[in-house]
Design a protein around this ligand. Structure first.
Ligand SMILES: O=P(O)(O)OC[C@H]1O[C@@H](O)[C@H](O)[C@@H]1O
Length: 295
């Protein structure tokens, strides 16, 4: 059923008219809603066809501006008859701001989680969030781990593979992953950060000899990349034959040359934060996160 909106000029693909899947940012062939900004900067969403009673939103967070777009899309869907909305959240915003480190800071993850909870989604599926705090804060949440993503990469690699847990915070997840990968060995490492400025003060690897090993550093996110640069240097000093970095979320800010110079041979990530543009495709292999989200 059409909503009777006159403004849409494009040809409507019938299969998309029936589609109950809404992508934000919109896919190039998305034609069941449109999104634009008014002059003062407000976002505006307009559905072009009536939604099904049960729909799914795939929300790729692209800054706080996109959060408002999600709320508007959700509102438009409900007003037009969607009764149940499932949310696929490849990246949980604020997931790393899951504690107050310094006096006067906001507890960001709680703020983002409250906004999402207010929308009363039927389910919220989050891909590899930073810590258990995300799952504790979100209602009707389903956490999707990185196991099938890492397994797909490991299957392409040869040599003596070992997992490297980059810090104490990653241990629980990496040991769970090792079990899923049929007992792949784990090398533990740790880093000390200055909580005031975020700088890494020291990195330790708890292993003497890595000769001949292909080290898979696995973590949730690569931001500036300093964690992995310091770690790769240490792994190479201990004889690692090859160092591969596997992160679920890639902010596209790290310097490729610095990563390579530190000894990282290859980077694998997902497009949870968009497809990286500041890194070469010979070095970085970006997988579509949706294929690992059980949808
Ligand atoms: O070193 P960069 O890339 O800036 O930050 C990424 C690290 O910071 C942590 O919160 C992440 O889990 C990861 O270990």
């Amino acid at each position: 059923m059409s909503l009777g909106i006159q403004t849409y000029q494009g040809a409507v693909n019938p299969s998309h008219q029936q589609a109950n899947f809404y992508r934000l940012p919109a896919a190039s062939d998305e034609n069941h809603y449109r999104l634009f900004q008014f002059g003062a900067g407000e976002n505006h969403v307009q559905l072009l066809v009536s939604p099904a009673k049960r729909v799914t939103i795939y929300f790729g967070y692209r800054g706080d501006h996109s959060m408002i777009q999600l709320l508007l899309l959700t509102d438009a869907l409900r007003r037009s008859g969607a009764e149940q909305i499932d949310l696929l959240l490849p990246y949980m915003p604020g997931a790393r701001q899951d504690r107050v480190c310094n006096v006067g800071e906001a507890l960001s993850v709680k703020v983002y989680a409250s906004l999402i909870n207010q929308q009363q989604y039927a389910s919220v599926s989050v891909f590899d969030p930073h810590s258990d705090v995300t799952a504790a804060l979100l209602d009707r949440v389903q956490v999707i781990d990185n196991h099938s993503f890492v397994a797909a990469i490991a299957a392409q690699l040869t040599g003596e593979l070992v997992l490297v847990s980059p810090d104490a915070g990653a241990n629980k997840k990496v040991f769970g992953l090792a079990k899923a990968l049929k007992g792949m060995p784990v090398i533990r490492a740790d880093k000390h950060r200055d909580v005031v400025n975020g700088h890494i003060i020291a990195t330790e690897v708890f292993c003497d000899d890595l000769s001949g090993k292909t080290c898979l550093i696995v973590d949730d996110i690569c931001a500036g990349g300093r964690t992995f640069i310091e770690l790769a240097i240490k792994l190479k000093q201990k004889g690692a034959q090859s160092v591969i970095l596997i992160v679920s979320h890639y902010e596209d800010k790290a310097n490729e040359l610095a990563l390579r110079d530190a000894g990282i041979d290859r980077l694998f990530c997902t497009d949870s934060l968009g497809t990286p543009t500041h890194i070469s495709s010979e070095f970085c292999d970006c997988h579509a996160v949706l294929s690992y989200m059980n949808y």
